[in-house]
Design a protein around this ligand. Structure first.
Ligand SMILES: C[S@@+](CC[C@H](N)C(=O)[O-])C[C@H]1O[C@@H](n2cnc3c(N)ncnc32)[C@H](O)[C@@H]1O
Length: 256
C-alpha cells in the first residue's frame, strides 16, 4: 500500500459512539484495513469495534454497506451530537456525520412553538434537535421501520416528547398533517418532488421555511450554491458534500 493510500485511510476514520468506521477507498480491499483497525483499538481503549464502510448509499433507505473488521461484531451504539444522544444501528438506518453541521444550523433557526415537518427523518436528529431548540411539535416521517424504531427510542432518550414519529411514505403521509412553519426535506435524490409537496403544506406567509437538500449538477466554473438558489429561489445555500466531479448535495433555505 502506498503512503498516499495510508494517509487517505487515516483521514477517513470517524467514531460513532464506541465504534470506529473507516471509509474504504475504492482501490483498497477491506482485509487490508485490519492493521489500521488494530492500531485504532490499541490507541483508543474506548473503541470496542471497528467497521469498514464502502462508498455510496443504496435503496430507498439510503443505506451504506459495511464490513466488520475487528472487535465486537456490533453496529448499534449511542452517538452524541449537538448536545443530544442518539441510539442507532448504522447498518440499519442512514447515518452521516457530514450532516452534523446542518443538524445544528437548521434547528437553530426554529422559533418557539413552531410546527415543523421533517419529511425524511432517519433516526431523528433534525426532529429531536428542532424540538430541543423550541419547536412546539415536530412531525417526523420515515419509510424505514428501523428509522421509526430508533426515533421512538431517541425521543425518549432526549425527553423530546413533542416529536411525533410517523412510519410511511412522506409523499402520502404529509397530506394528513396540519400546515407547518418549517419543512425539512433531507432527501437530495427526490428534491424536486419534495419541494412541490412541501410548498403545499407550508404556512407560507413570508415567514415560513422549506429546507431543501438538492442534487445539483454544475458545469465547470459554476458555483453549485448559486445554481441551487436560482433553481429553487432560495435565500441561502450551503454545499453539504461533493458527490463526484460536477455533482453536489446543496442545502437551500427557501422562505415561503
Ligand atoms: C438522507 S436520509 C435522511 C437523513 C436524516 N435526516 C439524518 O439527518 O440523518 C433519507 C431518509 O429518507 C428516508 N426515505 C426515503 N424515501 C422516503 C419516503 N418516500 N418517505 C419517507 N422517508 C423516506 C430513508 O429511509 C432515509 O432515512
Amino acid at each position: 500500500m502506498s503512503s498516499r493510500q495510508r494517509l487517505e485511510i487515516w483521514k477517513r476514520i470517524e467514531t460513532i459512539g464506541d465504534i470506529a468506521v473507516i471509509g474504504i477507498p475504492f482501490d483498497v480491499s477491506p482485509q487490508d484495513l485490519v492493521p489500521f483497525a488494530e492500531q485504532i483499538m490499541k490507541d483508543n481503549p474506548h473503541v470496542k469495534s471497528v467497521w469498514g464502510r464502502l462508498r455510496g448509499t443504496e435503496g430507498d433507505y439510503r443505506l451504506s454497506h459495511y464490513v466488520h473488521l475487528l472487535g465486537d461484531k456490533r453496529s448499534e451504539t449511542i452517538y452524541r451530537e449537538n448536545g443530544a444522544s442518539f441510539f442507532l444501528d448504522f447498518t440499519k438506518v442512514f447515518f452521516s456525520q457530514t450532516l452534523s453541521y446542518e443538524h445544528n444550523r437548521i434547528p437553530s433557526m426554529v422559533r418557539k412553538g413552531e410546527v415543523v415537518i421533517n419529511m425524511f427523518s432517519g433516526y431523528g436528529p433534525f426532529s429531536i434537535l428542532s424540538l430541543l431548540k423550541g419547536a412546539g411539535k415536530v412531525y417526523s416521517i420515515d419509510l424505514n421501520p428501523f428509522a421509526y424504531y430508533y426515533t421512538l427510542v431517541n425521543l425518549e432518550l432526549n425527553k423530546a416528547y413533542g416529536v411525533i414519529p410517523i412510519l410511511g411514505d412522506a409523499f402520502k403521509k404529509i397530506y394528513r398533517l396540519e400546515e407547518a412553519d418549517r419543512i425539512i426535506c433531507p432527501l437530495p435524490e427526490r428534491d424536486e418532488e419534495a419541494f412541490e409537496v412541501a410548498k403545499q403544506k407550508v404556512k407560507g406567509k413570508g415567514n415560513s421555511f422549506i429546507h431543501l437538500f438538492a442534487r445539483i449538477q454544475v458545469k465547470k466554473g459554476e458555483d453549485p450554491r448559486k445554481v441551487a438558489m436560482q433553481k429553487f429561489k432560495g435565500e441561502f445555500a450551503r454545499i453539504v458534500r461533493s458527490v463526484k466531479p460536477g455533482l453536489y448535495h446543496v442545502v437551500v433555505d427557501i422562505r415561503v
